[in-house]
Design a protein around this ligand. Structure first.
Ligand code: GRF
Length: 225
């Protein structure tokens, strides 16, 4: 699966995706699209991944046209949003229906929507007194954080957590869950989904210790790898 990453920030999820790409997962990052100057761009350069910064200040119509041009030029099959702060233009949502995944750092449908990104998310989780958080991977539609959920993984909130503490604990899991989800999408597309075959599935593992070094294996098993 030829994948494009869209990012606006540090790009640590893009890095995790790049670190696990290849035969084992069935995807390769061929393009980075950004909407602003950001650290993700330097990571792309370090790996010789093509990148383009797309201006959104002339509206999302022109931005969408430019993005579609870039995705077509590189023969991109799927898009992975890794800390992308813009709403994906509707023309791109339509052309890549069921082929765009986003990672959100809380358990949707709570703590999502416009303005809910970065530190805001973790502050809201702590303010609500939730004892559980964790990343959500979902398909992307025209509205923030509303597409069908593909995978979630629980991360405990600990007493005395700062937003930064919680963010770091969730991010560690994001870096495992996102490559696994991208791999599941790649396998589904190989089977001809969405026209034929089954969509990517995630089955919660029965029993098993989901901590420490076993995390990657357990998440892989949950995707039926
Ligand atoms: C992550 O927490 C992700 O869940 C959210 O934005 C953050 C991006 O972090 N969508 P990074 O740029 O991948 O480090």
């Amino acid at each position: 699966m030829r994948a494009a990453v869209f990012a606006s920030g540090s790009g640590s999820n893009m890095q995790a995706l790049v670190d696990r790409q290849g035969a084992g997962t069935g995807y390769r990052i061929e393009l980075l699209v950004t909407d602003r100057r950001c650290t993700a761009e330097a990571r792309a350069d370090a790996h010789r991944i093509a990148r383009q910064r797309v201006p959104f200040n002339r509206g999302s119509g022109p931005a969408g046209d430019r993005i579609l041009e870039l995705l077509n030029e590189r023969r991109i099959d799927a898009v992975l949003l890794a800390g992308f702060l813009r709403l994906v233009p509707s023309s791109v949502c339509r052309a890549f229906r069921n082929r765009i995944l986003n990672i959100h750092p809380a358990l949707l449908p709570s703590f999502g929507g416009r303005g809910m990104h970065g530190r805001n998310v973790h502050e809201a989780v702590l303010r609500a007194g939730a004892v559980l958080s964790g990343p959500t991977i979902h398909f992307v539609n025209e509205r923030y954080d509303e597409g069908r959920i593909l995978a979630q993984w629980p991360v405990p909130v600990r007493s005395g957590d700062s937003p930064a503490d919680l963010a770091a604990r969730v991010l560690r899991v994001e870096h495992v869950l996102f490559p696994a989800a991208a791999g599941a999408l790649a396998r589904a597309l190989t089977r001809g989904w969405p026209e034929r075959g089954r969509g990517p599935s995630f089955l919660w593992p029965e029993g098993g210790d989901a901590s420490g070094g076993k995390l990657e294996r357990t998440i892989g098993e949950a995707f039926g790898k």
